[in-house]
Design a protein around this ligand. Structure first.
Ligand code: FAD
Length: 464
C-alpha cells in the first residue's frame, strides 16, 4: 500500500514526488513513456529565477549543458511592436532543455525515496466499497497491474488520465479539454541573416496575436512563438497573415519548428475528492496570458504538500473534507488572480490593431500597471480607474477609439470583477460547493470562451 500514487513524471509529478518522498511517505509514480521519450514535444522551456527559488527547483550553473541560456524577462508590446511595457517577471529567466531537466527532477525524486515506473500507462481508478478512490491500474509491457494508495494524484497533463475516470457525481470536473480550451503552440527557431542585429532588442510578448519573440540560445537568433485555439494551422495562419505582417522582423532563416499543446481554461473548481487530487496541467493551472504552467502549477502544489503531509502525519484520512482547504487556499489567491484575468483579457484583446496601438501609446488599459502584472494579479485603485475613464473619453472624442470597443473592454472589466468576487466567496466546506458551482457555471456561460475572440476570417481560411 502506497501513501501516494502519482500519474505522470513530468514537472508537476516529479516535484510532488520529491516533496512527499523526502518526508518519508511511500510514493509511486507511473509514467507512460520510456525515459528516453519523456517530455520531448519541445526542447527548451524557461522559468524565472525567483520562482525556481520559491519552489526549491534546481538551478543549473551556466556551464551545465542542461541550462540553455538566461535572459531578463521581456516586455509586452503593441500590435505594431511599439511602446514596450516591462513585465514584472523578474530580472532573470532561465532557459532549460526540458527532457534533460525533467530527468534531473526524476533523479531527485528517486533519491528522496520515490519509485518511478516508466513505460507504465495509467488506465483506470480503483474505488473502495464506499465509492472512494483507493488506487489505480496501469499497463506495462508485462500486462495490467493494480496498486493501492491513500491518494491518487493526477499529474498527467492534458490527457488527465485519472481525473477523467472520476464519476459524474465527483466534485472534481471530469471533462476532457476541447479544441476551444487548448492553446496550440508553434515555435519557430529562427536565425537572423544580418549578424549585426541584436535579437534581444526585438524580444517581447504581443498579446493581440498571443505571439512572442524570445531567446533561443542562438546569439543571432530567436524563438518566434504563437499560440491559438482550434489547431496548429490556425496558429500558423495568424502568425503569417497578421503577426509577421504587422510586426517587422529582419530577414531570417528558419532553423526548426516545434509544436505543443497547453491548457487555456479556468482551473477545475475542486482539485480534491476522496483519495484524489488533480494537479498541474491536469487541473488547468497555466498562466492566463501565455499558457506557461511549470511554476504556476506549483503554487497549488505547495498548498497540497502542506495540507496532505499534515494529514498523513496525523494519521488522518485523505478525504475530500479533510483536503478541502487546498481548494479554498488556492482559489482565494492565485486561482482568483488567474481566473479573473481571463474575462479581462477577452476585453483587452478585442480592439483592432490601430485602436490597441492608441491605447498602448497613451498608457490606457494597456498600461504598465495592468500589462506588467497580468500573470501575477493587480488591484486597480480609484486613481487608476479615473485615469482609464479620462483616456477613454478623450479617445472616443478624438475618434481614436470606438464606443463598441470600449463597451467590450468595460464588459471584460466587469466580468473580471464578478469572477474575482465569486472566487473570494469560495465555500469553506464541500457542503456549500454545489450552490457556489452553479453560480460560477452561470458566470462562465455569460463570459464565454477566449477562443470566441478568434478572427472569423482566420477560421474561414482554415476551413472551420
Ligand atoms: C510549446 C510549449 C512551450 C512551453 N513553454 C513553457 C515555458 O517556457 N515555461 C513554462 O512554465 N511552461 C511552458 N509550457 C507549459 C508547460 O509545458 C506545462 O504547463 C507543463 O509541462 C505542465 O507540466 P505537468 O507535469 O503538469 O504536465 P505534462 O508536462 O504534460 O506531463 C504529464 C506527464 O504525464 C504523462 N502521462 C500522460 N498520460 C499518462 C498516462 N495515462 N499514464 C502515465 N503517464 C501519463 C506524460 O507522458 C507526461 O510525462 C509550454 C508549453 C508548450 C506547449
Amino acid at each position: 500500500m502506497y501513501d501516494i500514487l502519482i500519474v505522470g513524471a513530468s514537472t508537476t509529478g516529479c516535484w510532488f514526488a520529491e516533496k512527499m518522498a523526502s518526508q518519508g511517505f511511500r510514493v509511486l509514480v507511473v509514467e507512460k513513456d520510456e525515459p528516453v521519450n519523456v517530455s520531448r514535444a519541445y526542447d527548451v522551456f524557461h522559468m524565472s529565477r525567483p520562482e525556481m527559488e520559491q519552489f526549491g527547483l534546481i538551478i543549473p550553473e551556466p556551464e551545465n549543458p542542461i541550462r540553455a541560456f538566461s535572459f531578463a524577462d521581456s516586455p509586452m508590446r503593441s500590435p505594431y511592436g511599439n511602446y514596450p511595457k516591462a513585465s514584472s517577471g523578474g530580472p532573470e529567466t532561465i532557459g532549460l532543455h526540458k527532457h534533460e531537466y525533467i530527468m534531473l527532477m526524476a533523479q531527485r525524486a528517486i533519491k528522496a525515496g520515490a519509485e518511478i515506473i516508466y513505460g507504465a500507462s495509467f488506465t483506470d481508478l480503483i474505488f473502495d466499497k464506499n465509492g472512494k478512490v483507493a488506487g489505480g491500474k496501469y499497463k506495462t509491457a508485462d500486462g495490467e497491474k493494480e496498486v493501492r494508495a491513500k491518494l491518487v494524484a493526477d499529474c498527467s497533463g492534458i490527457p488527465s488520465a485519472a481525473r477523467t475516470k472520476l464519476p459524474d457525481t465527483s466534485v472534481v470536473d471530469n471533462h476532457k479539454l476541447t479544441e476551444k480550451d487548448i492553446l496550440y503552440v508553434v515555435l519557430y527557431y529562427v536565425e537572423y541573416l544580418d549578424k549585426t542585429i541584436d535579437p534581444r532588442t526585438l524580444d517581447g510578448f504581443f498579446l493581440q496575436y498571443k505571439s512572442w519573440s524570445a531567446p533561443s540560445g542562438n546569439p543571432n537568433g530567436a524563438i518566434l512563438g504563437i499560440g491559438a485555439f482550434y489547431g496548429y494551422d490556425v496558429a500558423q495562419e495568424v502568425f503569417n497573415s497578421q503577426f509577421l505582417k504587422n510586426v517587422a522582423f529582419p530577414e531570417y532563416k528558419i532553423e526548426k519548428i516545434e509544436k505543443g499543446m497547453t491548457p487555456y481554461h479556468r482551473s477545475v473548481y475542486s482539485f480534491v475528492d476522496d483519495g484524489f487530487i488533480a494537479m498541474g496541467d491536469a487541473a488547468f493551472l497555466t498562466k492566463p496570458t501565455c499558457g506557461e504552467g511549470c511554476t504556476s502549477s506549483l503554487v497549488q502544489g505547495e498548498i497540497a504538500v502542506d495540507v496532505i503531509s499534515k494529514l498523513l502525519k496525523e494519521g488522518k484520512e485523505l478525504s475530500r473534507d479533510n483536503m478541502w482547504s487546498i481548494n479554498k487556499r488556492y482559489m482565494q489567491t492565485q486561482g482568483k488572480d488567474f481566473d479573473s484575468m481571463r474575462p479581462l483579457l477577452m476585453g483587452i484583446i478585442s480592439p483592432g490593431c490601430d485602436e490597441a496601438e492608441h491605447l498602448f501609446a497613451n498608457d490606457i488599459i494597456f498600461s504598465q500597471k495592468i500589462l506588467g502584472n497580468v500573470d501575477t494579479g493587480f488591484e486597480l485603485n480609484t486613481k487608476d480607474i479615473a485615469q482609464i475613464i479620462k483616456g477613454v473619453v478623450s479617445g472616443i472624442a478624438k475618434k481614436d477609439l470606438s464606443p463598441a470597443t470600449i463597451g467590450k473592454i468595460g464588459k471584460g472589466l466587469i466580468n473580471s470583477m464578478k469572477i474575482g468576487a465569486h472566487y473570494d466567496a469560495y465555500p469553506d466546506s464541500p457542503y456549500e460547493f454545489y450552490k457556489w458551482k452553479s453560480k460560477a457555471d452561470k458566470l462562465w456561460k455569460q463570459i464565454g470562451y477566449v477562443a470566441d475572440t478568434t478572427d472569423p476570417e482566420i477560421l474561414k481560411k482554415t476551413g472551420r
